[in-house]
Every structure is written in C-alpha cells, then in structure tokens.
Write a protein that binds this ligand. Structure first.
Ligand code: ADP
Length: 175
C-alpha cells in the first residue's frame, strides 16, 4: 500500500489544507493527515480540538485518516510505514522554509521523500494564521474553512477570556 503522511499544525484546518489533502488522496492509496502536538507557535486550539476538527472536515474522503504525532515527523512517518510526506506550497516565502525543512528531513531520513503540491489559485492567500485573526476580530470567514471549523472558531471567539481577547496578535499588521 502506498501510504503518504501530510503533517502540519492545522490550527485550524482551512480549505487550502483540505484541497491539498484531497489531491494527495487521488495520488496515494491512503493519506494520513498528521496533526503536530507540540508546535512552536501560538495556537488557539488544543491538539485534541485540532485533530477533531480536521477529522470532521475530511470525513467525506474515504482514504484519508487523521492522527496526532509529537515526535520528529520522519520518525512518525517510519513508525506508520509512510515513505512519502506531503507539503503544500503557496507563496514564495513558503519555499524557503519548506526547502530548509526538506533538506533537514532528508538528512535525517534519506528513505523518505517529500512531495510538494502547489496551492490551488483560490487558496493562494489562505493561511491558518490569517483565518484565526479575521475570525477573532469578528470578520466573515465563510468559504475559507469547512463549516465545522467556522463553528469551532465562533465558539472559541465567544469563549475568549478578557486576557486572551486583549492579547490577540494582529499578524497581518506586522512589518
Ligand atoms: P506547519 O506549521 O507545519 O507549516 P500548517 O498547518 O501551517 O503547518 O501547514 C501545513 C502544510 O499545509 C504546509 O505545507 C503549508 O505550506 C500547507 N498549506 C497551508 N495553507 C495552504 C494553502 N492555502 N494552500 C496550500 N498549502 C497550504
């Protein structure tokens, strides 16, 4: 069986991720969407929430499974028997970051190859961080994320503590 793993933070999963996962599922027998449990970033959803939301968002695709990992991705890939990793590419800035990670991963595990799928035009600008920001500031994210994600974001916004609300980072206004 030709198994591929699509790792990421998925905080939360967006239609851009769903598009990549769906396209990968046409190439491979099975795709494991692997949610990273210890991201080095500010996240708004717990690992359990990110995993649950991703699972719901992808449940219509029979050969996709969602799992969680907290090790090196190459170790996780080896553990589940995946020889291929999937990553998505959008803007040019992605390339530099992905290039660096890919060289490191190949250094660690020359037996695991990464396949990069280019974003679809309509998702070129779409990122989890931008979706989070727009949602947390009350903007409309319809069409950018699956309905289950929009509902989860709304619930998260409704339950923000005052401290969380005042510390929302406005990513797009950074230099
Ligand atoms: P990570 O922290 O590993 O970058 P993300 O959840 O941000 O996790 O992204 C996971 C993967 O999905 C990355 O390869 C990223 O480039 C890709 N990706 C994110 N958004 C899009 C999009 N709109 N179109 C295509 N690929 C995307």
């Amino acid at each position: 069986m030709n198994l591929a793993v699509f790792p990421g933070t998925f905080d939360p999963i967006t239609n851009g991720h769903v598009d990549i996962a769906q396209r990968a599922a046409r190439i491979f027998d099975e795709v494991i969407v692997a949610v990273y449990a210890r991201p080095n970033k500010n996240i708004i959803f717990s690992t359990e929430q990110r995993t649950h939301i991703a699972r719901e968002s992808l449940s219509h695709i029979p050969n996709i499974r969602v799992d969680t990992f907290d090790s090196l991705i190459v170790d996780y890939a080896r553990k589940i028997g995946a020889k291929t990793m999937i990553r998505g590419l959008r803007v040019i800035a992605d390339f530099e970051h992905e290039f660096q990670m890919n060289l490191m991963n190949r250094n660690l595990a020359p037996d695991i190859e990464t396949v990069f799928l280019m974003t679809s035009q309509e998702y070129y600008y779409l990122s989890s961080s931008l979706v989070r920001e727009v949602a947390l500031l009350g903007g409309d994210i319809t069409g950018l994320v699956p309905p289950v994600v929009a509902a989860a974001l709304q619930a998260r916004v409704d339950n923000l503590s005052d401290q969380e609300r005042s510390s929302i980072k406005i990513v797009s206004l950074h230099e």
